[in-house]
Design a protein around this ligand. Structure first.
Ligand code: SF4
Length: 328
């Protein structure tokens, strides 16, 4: 069994490609990051940037084919998940790692009561519990996410969207995972329910010291729930650091563009500035910096050379070769 460094989770140089209509889609291009126990990391970027593919690579649930991890490794508590036999990996999913998807119905069986679904998960991962004990555990989980235990016997269609997502969170936490991968968990919910569900995830994550990767396109959600953030563009991390550092001193033009496209709560009449251009076609990524066709600071070096990663302050890194630009 290979082991690697002391981080709780260590994602090293992962590269993932898809094949589609004869094209090779470069979905994840050499992504590396570490996550400590109890820490929360936001992966933020536009749709199609590769955020969900990174999470699926960690969980090893990429559809293979058409997707393939062609490089890199993922270590959890020193164990190489990339080479773990599938049976062992299956035990880790749910036991150690849980994923919360955007649409709660992808995780819920419409034909089973929510209580039975939570019990099934609990018993799958704790074979020593009797049915009665597992039911009691399931009721406690429902109460923990703010759902009365009497609703144990109800079916998913009897719950609102926000309540369904709470059930999914209860299912995800029922086995006390050490890592949660939350993929846009509140996008399908209306704004007030969104805030409640985010608060719930944050409270439970803190209470159980669970590590979390929060995938979102929304910097507000990152600020709300995460300690660190990685900004993803065209399958790469272009900037990463503590939420405090990146929000105070965003340094990659793409990160700055994301901030400029946020509504400004302080100045009501401030204009939103969308980022010019479109994300690149992942089958034909530009040479050099992948952001160069949209970047007003692009130089020949940006278009032709591999861009190095610079550490701006300890732990705050940025992949841009033009850090003395006019906007800084
Ligand atoms: Fe813009 Fe060049 Fe920096 Fe890329 S490397 S973000 S093109 S300035």
């Amino acid at each position: 069994m290979s082991t690697e460094n002391n981080s709780f989770l260590s994602v090293k140089n992962i590269v993932v490609e898809y094949t589609s209509g004869g094209d090779i889609i470069h979905a994840v291009n050499d992504v590396s990051f570490d996550l400590e126990k109890g820490e929360s990391l936001g992966l933020v970027g536009e749709t199609g940037a590769g955020k969900t593919t990174i999470a699926k690579t960690i969980l090893r649930i990429l559809p293979d084919p058409p997707a393939k991890m062609i490089g890199g490794e993922v270590y959890m508590n020193g164990v190489n998940l990339t080479t773990l036999p599938e049976d062992d990996m299956r035990k880790r999913r749910g036991n150690d790692i849980a994923m919360i998807f955007q649409d709660p119905m992808t995780a819920l069986n419409p034909l089973m009561t929510v209580g039975d679904q939570i019990v099934e998960g609990i018993q799958l991962h704790n074979k020593n519990l009797s049915r009665k004990e597992a039911e009691e555990e399931a009721c406690k989980m429902l109460e923990m996410v703010g759902i009365a235990r009497r609703r144990f016997v109800e079916y998913p269609h009897q719950f609102s969207g926000g309540m369904k997502q709470r059930v999914v969170i209860a299912m995800a936490l029922a086995c006390n995972p050490s890592l949660i991968l939350a993929d846009e968990p509140t996008t399908a919910l209306d704004v007030t329910i969104q805030a409640q569900v985010l608060e719930l995830i944050k409270d439970l994550q803190k209470k159980y010291q669970t590590s979390m990767i929060m995938i979102t396109h929304d910097l507000g959600i990152v600020a709300e729930t995460c300690e660190r953030v990685a900004v993803i563009y065209a399958g790469e991390i272009v900037e990463m650091g503590t939420v405090r550092d990146v929000f105070k001193n965003p340094s990659h033009p793409y990160t700055i563009g994301l901030f400029n496209s946020l509504p400004n709560m302080v100045e009501d009449n401030a204009r939103l500035t969308p980022i010019d251009g479109m994300p690149p076609n992942p089958a034909k990524l530009p040479k050099g910096c992948k952001f160069n066709p949209r970047c007003k600071y692009a130089t020949d070096a940006c278009r032709n050379k591999e861009i190095p990663v610079t550490e701006l302050t300890p732990g705050h890194v940025c992949k841009c070769c033009n850090l003395n630009r006019g906007d800084k």
